[in-house]
Design a protein around this ligand. Structure first.
Ligand code: SF4
Length: 222
């Protein structure tokens, strides 16, 4: 984890105000991926790259009915898995990833998903973002996943100046108390989808505008 200077008290207060408002806007928010256990969420999160959660939820019932455990998927025929996950895109690469991570789980962790970041990122195809989603959503372990929405929104708000997801994660960890880490990612993601859009952020109706450092705020339409 990279180290940068600790944020000052004013920045920390501003960050907490922002998170408080997002919690009021989204009191209960969790991943839209369907899952019954940590392994299913791990596999679903890998499949969710470059596609929607709905697309993943359409294929996973078939996938998990046919290969219900890491042991089963570790031994699956890649061609058969590819047919099932085809509609999520990048199906060859995703099939290779979910089989490889299942094999690693079987070989190194007796087929059980570990509940710590350092172990999770040893699995092939599992980066910090995927690991953090699984920790926060399946285990309730404090973790901050930085995806493209979290990156864009936190940079515009001035909560980080970094570009690298790992450095952004480190900045956010310093800004929020550990107990609140699990509250961060899903709310920034949803806010990024609904309000702080990549191309045309809806600044004129944004409830965070008075705390936002983005210099190019969008003026009201008309
Ligand atoms: S004011 Fe605009 S740029 Fe800032 S958080 Fe709101 S929508 Fe995003």
């Amino acid at each position: 984890m990279p180290s940068s200077p600790a944020p000052d008290a004013a920045t920390r207060r501003r960050a907490r105000t922002i998170l408080d408002r997002l919690v009021r806007r989204y009191p209960e928010i969790h991943t839209a991926l369907d899952f019954l256990d940590p392994w299913q969420l791990l596999v679903s999160t890998v499949l969710s790259a470059q596609t929607t959660d709905d697309n993943v939820n359409r294929v996973t019932p078939v996938l998990f009915a046919r290969w219900p455990t890491a042991v089963a998927l570790a031994e699956a025929d890649p061609g058969a898995v590819e047919k099932v996950v085809f509609s999520t895109g990048f199906y060859r690469q995703k099939t290779a990833s979910i089989i490889a991570l299942s094999r690693d789980l079987v070989d190194e962790f007796d087929g059980v998903v570990p509940a710590d970041l350092d172990s999770l990122i040893t699995l092939r195809g599992v980066g910090r973002k995927t690991a953090s989603v699984v920790l926060a959503e399946a285990f309730g372990v404090p973790a901050i996943a930085v995806d493209t929405h979290v990156k864009r929104v936190t940079r515009r708000l001035g909560l980080t100046r970094h570009d690298d997801p790992e450095e952004i994660e480190a900045d956010l960890r310093r800004l929020f108390p550990r107990a609140r880490w699990g509250a961060v990612s899903m709310r920034f993601i949803q806010f990024g989808r609904e309000v702080c859009d990549a191309r045309r952020p809806r600044c004129w109706e944004c409830g965070l505008a008075d705390r936002c450092r983005y210099p190019d705020k969008t003026p009201p339409p008309g």
